[in-house]
Design a protein around this ligand. Sequence first.
Ligand code: G3H
Ligand code: 13P
Ligand code: ZN
Length: 314
Amino acid sequence: MNYTSYGLVNTQKMFSDALGNGYAVPAFNFYNMETLMAIMTAAQECRSPVILAVSESALKYMGSRMLMGMISGLGLDGKTPIALHLDHGGSVDACRAAVDLGFSSVMIDASKLSIDENIDITRTVVEYAHAHHVSVEAELGILAGIEDENTSSTYGNYTNPDDVVRFVHATGVDSLAIAIGTSHGAYKRKSDDEKLRFDILELIAEKLPSFPLVLHGASSVPGKLVDIINTYGGDMHGARGIAPDQLRMATSMNICKINVDSDSRLAFTAAMRSYLTQHPDVFDPRKYLGLARDMITQNCIDEIRTIMNSENRY
Ligand code: G3H
Ligand code: 13P
Ligand code: ZN
């Protein structure tokens, strides 16, 4: 089914608006009803465009019929900027299947392959997706922490600005995830002093001034959520994300999409741990799942306001 039947939009206009106005569209991952509702409530309350991101493993967890049933249940009108995006699609087949299901955007992540193989696979996905007006994101460079920097070449595992123009032109891709020091998960860096490689971002933006760039692994790992988890029996000592001022800087540059998954997982876990410890007699899941939903909504709202700068954009 085509995504327009679900009232979804692709990311084309979202990104040109974001690029022209110095903000980033948040891509929040979800994997069940509570996480989807939490993101949508934040988007509606802030009037922020949002990309609903589903990884391949999240798609498997929900099942495609259940997922698309929930998307249908949102009752979208095709005018509100809400996209459904396959996150880290690992193969051409996975991307094609997502297009056929009704996704309005797909990521093909062939970043671990050689650049020529990455170009071939990405171009194949672009041909299929564009025939259905679906947007395509690809990735160049390997996401890793600053501490993993490979000093044997100028850019190590970071995105080499010299490759970007060739890649974008050869593939026809709509946006590109770049590696400038972010990484997935809740343990990204040893101290807040570690900075992103804005020099690389600047060089890329100079070569492609009006091309949308994407930041993966961009959770800020709010200390207050980590503290709640640690207080109520968890052990996430040393968890640290990307400092919000670094992310704000990125959104004011050519980063048009910022991916956040870990922060919502932290909010979910903090809610569950604190609620169940404080209410040992409660066994109605709606009580603690409801709190989890509310805490994710609050965190998404905070990030829309303080990091993405995407409030009141429609
Ligand atoms: O970047 C990856 C996302 O955080 C999704 O992770 O495959 O565990 O759902 P997942
Ligand atoms: P985080 O682990 O920083 O939330 O990154 C999420 C992400 O990049 C999803 O693709
Ligand atoms: Zn990612």
